[in-house]
Design a protein around this ligand. Structure first.
Ligand code: MG
Length: 372
């Protein structure tokens, strides 16, 4: 079974109102989908994110000439070669080839990997909390309130982009309005140093419903993470930007995190990503997939999480949740899946078990001219 045709779909969407985190504001969202079609008529989709002109040119000049005519069953070698050129494209190709192999066997991709522990996976509502307006705290609350109304149990808010005083006022305002046993995680995108991260201790001690503190400081400082893990009464999480399983080793050895947050897009392929999840389990860590960009990457994250052994023997403890982008982003609805009361059921059937919204893909196709 050979790769006979490759289609690419660069997509672009200009946001109605920019939103952001400690790294700044986003004015647009992009998505790059690929479809590999074989000489037997089977197809598989992949997804990656980068500067669209880079991906378009990269596919035209290097990836398509390399992949056309290659055997699908050589997928490990093919992905490994592309990893040397572009990690994120390698991740996309690994997704597409996996889907084709699963379809050729008449299996769901999770069956190809050895089967599932569960048929639904919890997700958490992930926010970009900053907006460029004076009432941003009220705007943030209105978005959190909508997510709680939809049945999300856990929300993740951004900190680290404003003064600690402003951020703490924001977070405590939201916590004061949240009812019931909803949980909150914070993400500073490595925006603090050790001293400023410690200033959150009093807030964590005051409110019982904090779940984790994500990347409070640079991930280059595992020894400081080790200290924070001891000092703060919440779980410490991180690792979304790491590009290799081995990048996690220093944190695993130093026991400096409670939870790993790898991203399938960044680590170059499904095999490497599954290796990281298994490493987490072998070392006794929790793992909550980072999955901010795109619908297909998120679907694969949910699939893989469904195949992960539980971290606890307690029956009532759920598997760790997967990130669910709830901000304005039309590309998160390209696949017809969604949470009910904070859980996403695994769509069943050969391959992915869910179809693409091809009309929407056509509608958002990038014009190739400008990002403005
Ligand atoms: Mg993060």
């Amino acid at each position: 079974m050979k790769i006979e045709r490759i289609e690419t779909y660069p997509l672009f969407y200009h946001l109605q109102e920019p939103y952001g985190d400690a790294n700044g504001f986003k004015k647009y969202r992009t998505c790059f989908l690929i479809r590999l079609i074989t000489d037997t008529g089977l197809d598989g989709w992949g997804e990656c994110v980068d500067w669209l002109p880079t991906l378009v040119k990269g596919f035209e000049e290097r990836i398509q000439p390399f992949l056309l005519g290659k055997q699908v069953m050589d997928r490990t070698q093919l992905v490994s070669t592309i990893q040397k050129w572009h990690k994120r494209i390698a991740a996309a190709v690994s997704m597409a080839l996996t889907e084709i192999v699963a379809k050729s066997a008449g299996l769901h991709v999770t069956d190809l990997w050895g089967g599932r522990y569960r048929n639904s996976v919890p997700v958490y509502a992930s926010f970009q909390s900053y907006m460029d307006r004076s009432d941003w705290v009220e705007a943030s609350w209105s978005k959190v309130e909508q997510a709680l109304d939809l049945g999300f149990h856990l929300v993740k808010l951004k900190v680290g982009g404003k003064t600690i005083k402003e951020d703490q006022l924001h977070i405590e305002t939201i916590l004061g309005r949240m009812q019931g046993d909803h949980q909150m995680a914070l993400d500073a995108n490595q925006g603090y140093d050790l001293a400023s991260a410690r200033e959150w201790k009093k807030v964590f001690e005051k409110w019982p419903n904090f779940s984790w503190f994500e990347e409070p400081i640079s991930m280059n400082y595992p020894a400081d993470y080790q200290l924070l893990r001891t000092l703060l009464p919440v779980m410490i999480a991180g690792g979304e930007d790491y590009q290799n399983p081995v990048d996690f080793i220093s944190h695993l050895q130093k026991r400096s995190l409670d939870m790993l947050t790898p991203d399938l897009l960044h680590v170059g392929g499904i095999s490497e990503y599954k290796d990281i999840l298994q490493l987490a389990r072998h070392f006794g860590f929790r793992v909550s997939p980072h999955s901010y960009d795109g619908a297909l990457v998120r679907l694969y994250s949910i699939f893989i999480q469904s195949t992960l052994p539980p971290w606890s023997k307690a029956k009532e403890e759920p598997i760790e949740p997967v990130e669910w982008d709830v901000m304005e982003n039309p590309f998160t609805s390209l696949l017809a899946i969604g949470p009910t009361l904070g859980e996403v059921p695994i769509p069943m059937g050969a391959g992915l078990g869910v179809e693409w919204d091809l009309e929407k893909i056509k509608h958002y196709r990038w014009n190739g001219l400008s990002y403005r």
